[in-house]
Ligand binder design. Structure first.
Ligand code: F3S
Length: 753
């Protein structure tokens, strides 16, 4: 138990702490006195305060200490810029950054990578230098997709990781609780703040039987998605167990955990077992495998553990599935798929088949795919549809190049794309159909929402195992079931494809391929972080000002928003994402989607100093220039949607002081507090109606105290007498310090000094 085993081969001095795990679980067991699920074992062993933390599933907010943080290049930009503004010399928790999202697929891996390196040079230079400066492992463009790199190098059984990407749960394939978060959470953990998570409920999925023939691990999650729908996992961790688990490869389990994101699950988990051991050995982490084996009682559920919900799947009876179009939970077993195509009028011709991505690019996936391709080539035929292959990492690419699968897939007609997200995240310069033209594509990826892959809303995107993708690509039509139908060989003779087969792990070990990792240098003090002052994509952040200690009077209402105001209304995505590393530029989208109650229009508010109607960001900028702070009035559940931290940073940056609403989405409320803003709610929600957009308000900030209401004085624009409104808030003591110091980061920086 007390053995010292490094978490990863890439860093020194960060050990797996199974002793602490055991110790914390002893404390928690005494308190709960019941068998624990594996989920609980991981979460409770990472509690900041196991003695006093409330532990009610679905109710309590857990304060946790994750082992690691991982960021992809798109979300890393603002996270690191924020971290930098705290002025700390190094991240407090081991962290890595992965360049995978910004590489566009166009003509093939090498060329596409070169182009991306030039287009994104300033972003890559910034990330490379900032990682070097702040002690973060940096995986250069070409290294592979974040989740694959994590599985190959960093995930370990019993660990807890947060990652700034929805498919972070992929690491559950190695028994690590890997949870997707927004950038704000990553910054907290990098800066040594505990991380808060509502104690998830636990959904048990018992697997029995054994997969065979064309059925793959992907079909398990496709089936689960069909059963539970895209909302079925919300607030839950999916915990797989049962005798069927042992027949799955570690990478297959990762595929299942990866796609748990499609049902909204917090994450998914598998217990430690022999295939994890084999994978750890194959990826040069035998020490971890031995250590985990010695601690395996803590790395699985207790006998008799109770689940909040339950599902059982017999793998022996599982049929391959195809899910889609437009949503990953529309699951159709292959035997019924032809009928579904006809009944729904989906375009029958298959234009493109895509395999790989973070979801399905393991050695096993590629070997099985290549076995089908080889079968076809042996019969003298090739892919009819356009066919692409995205290796998940440089290690996978190099290994399948060495072992021949890559050549087989190329001979079959495949175009090998860069080891990166590419078409999965819409980084695809697709030229074979015009925008708006209805067509079908099928991939082994995870998400297939409208427009995700190629920005064409008429593209019908289906998701399946790599095996089915290759088979369908060969037929060139959706009306093909490789389990029952025949194809014609080069002489016109009919044949049936042999069910796929392939090794789970490379017999000769993995080939690491090109060196794509940049470790932080021993001497980091001389490293200069590269941000050009003229850049329009990156901007160094200054710490926000501390509170001036005074009540705020005569504040204008920038906008009284009515109806739904999501984080998308507050900080729109799409073309704005280009500026996610430049707070001032991206602030030009602040609240442009919110509806002004004064006129029912978006992005049109009155500037009280000029009486002119103008855009929301312009008006805020004018107030800021004139030294006038402002507030926003909002409706119910303000700030729902994705946890985008820009939605809290922008109002702070443009001079907002408070957001006053009928209610908040919790994550946005916390994000506002972290940035030093005041999220306040009407004690009586009906008071929302009493305020007119032209009114001015006073906020008695000096009254801010835990559990006490807060007074807002309203000065009506029509000259009526001023009146008070009571506001509620959820600040606790430490959060009040955030407000006083100007932000959570300022507070952290102060404490470190
Ligand atoms: Fe990238 Fe798609 Fe995975 S965007 S991280 S390959 S889900």
């Amino acid at each position: 138990l007390t053995k010292k085993v490094e978490m990863t081969n890439w860093e020194k001095g960060h050990y797996i702490n199974y002793a602490k795990m055991s110790e914390n679980l002893d404390i928690v067991r005494k308190r709960l006195n019941r068998p624990l699920t594996y989920t609980e074992k991981i979460l409770y062993s990472h509690l900041d305060d196991p003695h006093h933390q409330e532990l009610e599933r679905g109710v309590s907010y857990l304060r946790l200490r994750p082992d690691r943080v991982a960021c992809q290049d798109a979300t890393a930009q603002m996270a690191i810029l924020q971290f930098m503004s705290a002025g700390m010399p190094s991240v407090a928790t081991p962290s890595t950054v992965h360049c995978d999202h910004l590489i566009e697929a166009q003509i093939g891996g090498e060329k596409d990578l070169e182009r991306a390196q030039s287009i994104n040079k300033e972003v890559y230079d910034f990330l490379a230098t900032a990682c070097a400066k702040y002690n973060i492992g940096f995986w250069r463009p070409g290294s592979g997709i974040i989740h694959q790199i994590i599985l190959e190098n960093y995930a370990f059984p019993g660990g807890l990781m947060i990652g700034t990407d929805s498919h972070t749960p992929n690491g559950g394939g190695l028994g690590m609780a890997c949870i997707g978060v927004g950038g704000a959470d990553a910054v907290d953990v990098m800066a040594d703040l505990p991380w808060e998570l509502k104690a998830p409920r636990v959904h048990g999925i018992r697997l029995t039987g054994k997969l065979s023939g064309w059925a793959t691990p992907k079909d398990i999650i496709l089936k689960v998605a069909g059963e539970l729908t895209v909302k079925g996992g919300t607030g839950k961790i999916m915990e797989y167990h049962g005798p069927g688990v042992d027949s799955l490869s570690c990478t297959g389990m990762a595929t299942i955990c990866n796609m748990g994101a499609e049902i909204g699950a917090t994450t998914s988990l598998f217990p430690y077992g022999p295939s994890m051991e084999a994978y750890l050995n194959a990826t040069k982490r035998s020490e971890i495998a031995q250590f985990a084996k010695a601690n395996q009682n803590n790395l699985r559920e207790d006998e008799g553990a109770e689940y909040d919900e339950f599902l059982e799947i017999n793998l022996s009876e599982l049929e391959p599935h195809i899910n889609g179009p437009f949503t990953p939970d529309l699951a159709t077993p292959i035997s019924k798929f032809k009928d579904a195509v006809k009944a729904n009028g989906w375009p029958e011709e298959l234009k493109v088949g895509l395999i790989g991505s973070c979801t399905n690019s393991s050695y096993e996936d590629m070997s099985r795919a290549a076995s089908i391709a080889q079968d076809a080539l042996d019969h003298g035929i090739k892919a009819k549809s356009v066919f692409t292959v995205t290796p998940g990492s440089e290690q996978i690419r190099a290994t399948i190049e060495r072992d021949g699968q890559l050549k087989t897939l190329e001979d079959f007609g495949g175009m090998v794309l860069a080891n990166a997200c590419g078409p999965c995240i819409g980084q695809w310069d697709r030229r074979d159909v015009k925008k708006g033209e209805a067509n079908s594509i099928i991939s082994s990826y995870n998400r297939n929402f409208t427009g995700r892959n190629d920005a064409n809303p008429a593209t019908h995107s289906f998701v399946a195992s790599p095996d089915l993708v290759v088979a369908m690509t060969l037929a060139g039509t959706l009306n093909f079931n490789p389990l029952t139908d025949t194809l014609k060989d080069k002489d016109g003779k009919e044949f049936k494809l042999t069910p796929p087969s392939g090794d789970g792990l490379p017999k000769n070990g993995y080939d690491a391929g090109r060196d794509t990792y940049q470790a932080p240098p021993a001497d980091r003090s001389s490293v200069k972080v590269a941000v050009s002052p003229t850049s329009d994509r990156l901007q160094v952040l200054e710490p926000f000002n501390a509170w001036d200690g005074k009540d705020a009077t005569g504040l204008p209402i920038l906008i009284k928003a009515q109806g739904k105001t999501t984080t998308d209304h507050i900080s729109m995505a799409g073309p704005w994402l280009k500026y996610r590393g430049h707070l001032d530029n991206i602030s030009n989208n602040m609240l442009i989607g919110a509806i002004n109650s004064a006129n029912g229009e978006a992005n049109k508010v009155k500037n009280y100093t000029t009486n002119e109607w103008n855009g929301v960001p312009d008006t805020a900028r004018d107030y800021k220039k004139k030294g006038i702070r402002w507030v926003v009035i909002g409706d119910w559940n303000y700030g729902e949607g994705s946890s985008r931290e820009h939605a809290a940073l922008e109002p702070r940056h443009l001079g907002g002081l408070a957001i006053i609403t009928r209610s908040f989405a919790r994550i946005h409320e916390t994000n506002l507090k972290k940035q030093g803003m005041l999220p306040l709610t009407f004690s009586d929600p009906a008071d929302y109606e009493k305020i007119q957009p032209d009114d001015k308000v006073d906020l008695l900030c000096t009254e801010l105290a835990v559990g006490k209401p807060f007074t807002m004085k309203v000065h009506p624009a029509n000259g009526d007498a001023s009146f008070d409104i009571k506001l509620a808030h959820t600040f606790n003591e430490p959060q009040i310090e955030w407000f006083k110091n100007g932000s959570a980061l300022n507070t952290m920086a102060k404490a470190k000094k």
